[in-house]
Design a protein around this ligand. Sequence first.
Ligand code: SF4
Length: 179
Amino acid sequence: MDVKKLEESFPGTVHKVPGGGILTSKLDDVINWARSNSLWPLVFGTSCCAIEMMSTAGPKYDFSRFGFEVARASARQADVIIIAGTIVNKMAPVLKRLYDQMADPKYVIAMGACATSGGPFFYNTYSVVKGADHVIPVDVYIAGCPPRPEALLHALMTLQQKIKSGLTREQIKSEMKTV
Ligand code: SF4
């Protein structure tokens, strides 16, 4: 990796000394930096948005570039659940169980109109949950029907920024209320 780029992104200061350098930083910052660069997704694709999510992992968009490549259909090693698609009432308890099975700290991305609000099924549908946040807390919402893969990449990078800032979900929410 380019050392200059690493110096820019790493949370610390490099003090140049003859023959090398001394790096000073805070342990919390280093942990958050490492955590944000190794987010492993649990993919929860239920309908059309899942196709865009799959294409984000493909060679054209390649989310491995940012450390998200260990995507699995398992909650065991996951840090972030990507909800891509419609959540029906029958699936809501499954989503909650998967979220509960993930180890802390854990994050949630709601991808697309259905996952954020019920989307085209908001009206006149008895079976659709009107947004993932009726079931589990959501950190990042993505608009669109469906959102493009670039939007998912942007959401993942937004989540990285949130984690690097070291704030909890509650702190981020209260900060946003005061803005
Ligand atoms: S938001 Fe649109 S594209 Fe995504 S799952 Fe719903 S209907 Fe399908």
